[in-house]
Design a protein around this ligand. Structure first.
Ligand SMILES: [Zn+2]
Length: 299
């Protein structure tokens, strides 16, 4: 598929959720069920932490400009929720004084696969979208589990809850503002569905359930490509993944081929998502089928 958004025309806006805690959202976030990458920043007494760096230098500069509109304090920390280019390609634009924080699996992927990944992103996003000029910049600090960052009078937690969409998914939690950035493990609120690009849907279920259990009910979640949502909204992707798991498991047990499975596992009640056909039929059903078939063969 081609990208559902154009990296050359994204206009980012910031929204203050709590004093000094800002979500950064594409300006069409309320009009579509899937938009360009979201971001955010948190301002302490001494320093600023930025979440995500966007897909190219221009969008990273737009994001830095939104920070500069609110504060002149230095950006000391930059966190990527995954290695996906639209979340981490803008790292190179940030000042040298900012330390980049990633999960070790994200750093490893970026260090080993950057040029292949750039080719993939060029294919997906198109030429002339600033991806040609991106330079790889991976982590200075790796977080396998959890760290607390002190911005001066304000703590921010960076946590790994487990595999959700990639092996290196990180979330960023502001305990005082009760805001959680989750990146692509949740694309957007309902009707958006998970994208199981690396399979392992049962791990995704476990991780999403753990994230939901961690959060107070009145927390705000910033998903990777959509508008802010509540913890209760995680039930929607969970319901989809559990139904997918049960339906594909049944098809595998009956010995169905992948072609027959695609016909029987329609799940059309989730079909309202604008990217349903791609996400469900091209990515998720084949991913679940291949995982569950391997499990069945091993048993
Ligand atoms: Zn993304």
């Amino acid at each position: 598929m081609s990208s559902p958004w154009d990296a050359a025309t994204v206009n980012l806006v910031s929204k203050e959720l709590s004093p000094g805690v800002f979500a950064v959202l594409p300006d069409d976030v309320n009009e579509k069920d899937h938009v360009a990458t979201t971001a955010g920043f948190i301002i302490g007494e001494r320093a600023v932490l930025v979440i995500e760096s966007m897909v190219n230098g221009d969008l990273a500069s737009q994001l830095i400009g939104l920070v500069r509109r609110e504060t002149s304090k230095p950006i000391r920390f930059l966190v990527n929720t995954s290695y996906h280019g639209d979340h981490a390609y803008g790292n190179f634009v940030f000042p040298d004084t900012a330390v980049v924080i990633q999960h070790p699996a994200t750093k490893r992927y970026m260090d080993e696969n950057f040029e292949d990944d750039r080719k993939f992103m060029l294919d997906l996003m198109g030429e002339g979208k600033g991806i040609e000029r991106v330079q790889s910049r991976s982590a200075d600090i790796i977080v396998p589990d959890m760290i607390t960052v002190d911005l001066g009078g304000r703590l921010v937690e960076v946590r790994h809850f487990g595999f959700a969409q990639t092996p290196g998914d990180l979330v960023i939690w502001s305990p005082d503002a009760k805001v959680l950035w989750v990146g692509n493990m949740i694309q957007a609120p309902s009707p958006a569905l998970p994208w199981l690009l690396e399979g392992r849907h049962r791990d995704t279920i476990t991780t999403l359930a753990a994230v939901k259990a961690f959060l107070p009910e009145d927390a705000t979640i910033i998903p990777g490509h959509g508008k802010p949502m509540r913890p209760a909204d995680i039930e929607f992707p969970l319901a989809y993944l559990r139904e997918l798991d049960a339906a594909v498991e049944k098809a595998v047990a009956e010995g169905q081929s992948i072609e027959d499975t695609l016909k029987t596992v329609e799940m059309s009640r989730f079909g309202e998502y604008s990217l349903f056909d791609w996400a469900h039929n091209t990515v998720n059903v084949p991913a679940a089928y291949s995982n569950l078939k391997k499990d069945a063969e091993r048993a």
